[in-house]
Design a protein around this ligand. Sequence first.
Ligand code: G
Ligand code: G
Ligand code: MN
Ligand code: NA
Length: 251
Amino acid sequence: VALLTDLQDAIEKESFTLFIQPQFTTNNNSLVGGEVLIRWQHSERGFVSPAEFIPLAEQTGNIYPITKIVIKKAFAWFHSNIAALDGFSMAINLSVHDVNRESLFPYLETLLNRYSLAPNAITFEITESAMSEDHDRFLHSVRRLKAMGFKIALDDFGTGYSSMRYLQQIEADEIKIDMSFVRNIHQTPINKTIVASITNIAHATGALTLAEGIESEAERETLLQLNVNRVQGFFLGKPTCADEFLNAFPR
Ligand code: G
Ligand code: G
Ligand code: MN
Ligand code: NA
């Protein structure tokens, strides 16, 4: 309860910082994008991980105001660095509660105009677990984001209950292969099989694949052999404060 009170206070003051984790092509390690990851600057606890407060925010109806802050700060960051970010794709996580908010769409339209951003440089990551009771409405909303020109990535792919249903119903631009399938893939036959299958299906539907949570060169090499397009992970680059991102990962 104390944490919730603090969280509501943080929302009011917008005391969140954006970190960005770089994403690279698998074959030649060129920087192609980054995932925006929120951090809460708590006055006593320091940086609180989203793993702690995002679920709380979702359960208590506080996720949408947080998402709006993330989107606004992320768009502003992109705008102020636009000259250095040609061809860069910025990924933002959305919760199902956000996608079903009618006001999300005009909010995005307003910010695209304010910051003169092209929607096709922005990817929204949606998690399978985000599957809501109101599935039809959810699909309609995701298609609206696509119609506006945004890209859609299926996050944590393969860990939920409905991966194939998602692929069937959403024209995803990117499939993010969950890190549990990436871990030690070079010496784990089942992971190789799973990643090869996901990649085959993704490519057949016209989607790119991105492997998350890469922690070694051996993993990267195996992912390259399996034709995975992009990689993200501590081995290549940790989530970095947005202000330092371009210095840390020059292009
Ligand atoms: O950055 P870290 O690995 O600690 O993130 C933990 C979890 O929090 C991940 O599942 C990530 O997707 C989620 N997360 C991080 N930033 C955001 C955000 O801005 N919005 C939402 N909905 N989830 C986020
Ligand atoms: O759920 P989502 O994929 O959005 O979450 C990304 C999370 O994965 C963040 O919390 C980020 O810190 C974490 N992460 C990113 N790279 C690695 C990695 O190489 N290893 C591990 N263990 N976690 C990672
Ligand atoms: Mn994500
Ligand atoms: Na993920």
